[in-house]
Design a protein around this ligand. Structure first.
Ligand SMILES: [Zn+2]
Length: 214
């Protein structure tokens, strides 16, 4: 007797009958030798924007941390609980990933909340409101732009936030040192849920463009 939702059990049955047999050698070597992904992805919790799906990645390929609105808190060595920083520390110092991708997405609920800070919190803890405080200055600047439509403000903040998170990544000494040595590269990307298109950030200008697929 199991208590998992039927949809999950059905998916697991498919995994065991189709996917695992085709990838069992890979799983076994990963179990024996450990993981050595070259890329860390920092993505949103949103169920529509899964990095493994967008990048068509198999087991062992991506080291992924997901949180609301794919944010990176700035380096803060204190006694608080820092889940994203812990994942970052492990990816950079132990796995020695070569790339970190901050992947945002369209229609992000977290970004929407940051643009409407006066909305009623979902719970007395207002965890989302406090978490989205990480992009409050940018949210205020974008919210105040009466020339933009609501949709334009949403997309703008989603992309500006990605640049913020890359700057926050560089506040971690280990990230900064390895990037300066050329051993670690930071990337920004934005996923359009409706069209499936990935827009990639130009590291020099900060602009987002769609990569050539040919
Ligand atoms: Zn999101």
């Amino acid at each position: 007797m199991t208590h998992l939702p039927e949809r999950l059990l059905a998916g697991y049955r498919n995994f065991m009958s189709r996917r695992y047999p085709s990838e069992s050698a890979r799983y076994q070597s990963l179990a024996r030798d450990g993981q050595s992904p070259e890329t860390m992805v920092i993505a949103c919790c949103d169920s529509r924007a899964a990095p493994e799906t967008v990048f068509d990645a198999g087991p062992g390929e991506l080291f992924v941390v997901r949180n609301v609105a794919n944010l990176v808190p700035p380096y803060a060595p204190d006694d608080r609980f820092h889940g994203t920083s812990a994942a970052l520390e492990f990816a950079v110092q132990s796995l020695k990933v070569k790339h970190i991708v901050v992947m945002g997405h369209g229609r992000c609920g977290g970004i929407g909340a940051a643009l409407n800070p006066s909305a009623e919190p979902l719970s007395p803890g207002d965890f989302i409101g406090k978490w989205m405080g990480l992009v409050a200055p940018a949210a205020e600047a974008v919210s105040g732009n009466a020339m933009m439509t609501a949709v334009e403000r949403q997309t703008a903040l989603e992309r500006i936030s990605i640049r913020y998170q890359l700057a926050n990544l560089r506040t971690f000494p280990c990230v900064k040192i390895l990037e300066d040595k050329g051993r670690l590269t930071l990337h920004g990307a934005w996923f359009d849920i409706q069209t499936g298109e990935l827009w990639v950030m130009d590291p020099k200008t900060g602009d987002f463009t769609r990569p050539d697929l040919d």
